[in-house]
Design a protein around this ligand. Structure first.
Ligand code: PLP
Length: 388
């Protein structure tokens, strides 16, 4: 009998939940109309979007009018960064952490190409942005700061409330990518004090291609998509009613199960790390910091990552090297590079694996992964040492 596959790549994406698919279904078929139409069919679609918006706002504890639905985390991050910078003016500086997702980093770089200034803040060896350093980076020209809530490769949680407070004092807009945090950390935007907060449905059991950006009332934002003026002119395009409904249902479910999910996955993650970090030459990335419960990033010295990933895949285990978000790239990760000092970066040949657990991950799966990885690592080391 073939062995069941073990999926530990939930930070890349999560399978859609049955409840979400069920809630979305009518909006593909009998209710699949355009919410801008004035007829009864259109009004039904509009009502579903209004309801979804209210439900998302309840999780974020904000006003429904502060939620902009869009096509996912990448668009939400782009709208936050590019939309707020352009709305503030044609010039100015943007400060972002060096370990942001490419959806933020490349949006900042595109602004740099338009003539804005940009500064990428280093992080400590656990991946945490230092508040003092952050404050010092905000000068009179700075219009926007972007620091993620939790990192997608190593799971490190950033001191967002503290950083947002500093930005607020200086009159700097604070944008936060909360794509990996949803379902694991509180999303109360009042408590966090952020001006912009990006979410993506497929990271918490919702559909891919559905996301949302919280835009605090009064925060200037220029649309990046122009057209029919949907989403109060902040994001044109016929609304994906099914996607929006699915996003809201998934977010509500994730929020209601959050405490139990955190307890359960953190326990499994620790169990996994107890075996993985006992491998000679293994290092747990971000381990000294507060972390998401479901991500474990382990670097293994002297190991080539690609053969290890392939060997794991053949064993039925799906994980990523660092991050999967850069279209399957096995380039050294900018996040891992940011944790290492220069000499370490030069000298070290290492493989970084990201194990990301989900709501259905079991102890038996964790134990099998914990048994297989050390064997594959030892095998690779032996074959590298063998004379040819
Ligand atoms: N931000 C973070 C932290 C992510 O992990 C991802 C994942 O891909 C994104 C943004 C992009 O989200 P999406 O895949 O919905 O475009």
């Amino acid at each position: 009998m073939s062995q069941a596959r073990i999926y530990l790549d939930h930070a890349a994406t999560t399978p859609m939940r049955d409840e979400v698919a069920e809630a979305m279904r009518p909006y593909f078929f009998e209710n699949g109309y355009n919410a801008s139409s004035l007829h009864a069919e259109g009004r039904r679609a509009r009502a579903a979007i209004d309801d979804a918006r209210a439900r998302v706002a309840a999780v974020l504890r904000c006003k429904p009018s502060e939620i902009v639905f869009c096509s996912g985390g990448t668009e939400a991050d782009n709208l936050a960064v590019i939309g707020s910078a352009r709305a503030r003016g044609p010039r100015g500086r943007i400060v972002a952490s060096a370990i942001e997702h490419h959806a933020v980093l490349r949006a900042v770089e595109s602004l740099r190409a338009e003539g804005y200034g940009a500064q990428f803040l280093p992080v400590d060896e656990s991946g945490v942005v230092d508040a003092e350093r952050f404050g010092a980076a905000l000068d009179a020209q700075t219009l926007l700061a972007a620091v993620m809530y939790a990192n997608n490769e190593i799971g490190t949680i950033e001191p967002v409330a503290e950083l947002a407070g500093i930005a607020r004092e200086r009159g700097v807009i604070f944008a936060c990518d909360a794509v990996q945090a949803a379902g694991a950390l509180p999303l109360d935007v009042g408590m966090l004090g952020v001006d912009l907060l990006a979410l993506s449905g497929h990271k918490f059991g919702g559909p891919k291609g559905a996301g949302a950006l919280f835009v605090r009332e009064g925060t200037p934002i220029a649309a990046t998509l122009h057209g029919g003026g949907q989403e109060r002119g902040r994001r044109s395009g016929t609304e994906d009613v099914a996607g929006i409904v699915g996003f809201a249902v998934a977010l509500e479910l994730a929020e209601s199960e959050r405490a139990a999910y955190v307890r359960r996955t953190a326990g499994l993650r620790d169990r996994l790390e107890a075996t993985l970090l006992a491998i000679p030459g293994a290092k747990g990335n971000g381990k000294a910091a507060a972390r998401l419960p479901n991500i474990s990033s382990v670097s293994l010295s002297g190991i080539a990552v690609e053969p290890l990933l392939i060997a794991l895949d053949l064993e039925g285990i799906a994980v990523s090297a660092g991050s999967a978000c850069a279209t399957g790239s096995l380039e050294p990760s900018h996040v891992i590079a940011a944790l290492r000092d220069r000499s370490e970066r030069r000298d070290r040949r290492e493989a970084t694996l990201r194990f990301s657990l989900g709501r259905k991950t079991t102890e038996a799966e964790i134990d099998r992964v914990g048994a297989v990885v050390p064997i594959l690592v030892a095998r690779q080391r032996e074959s590298a040492a063998a004379p040819v």
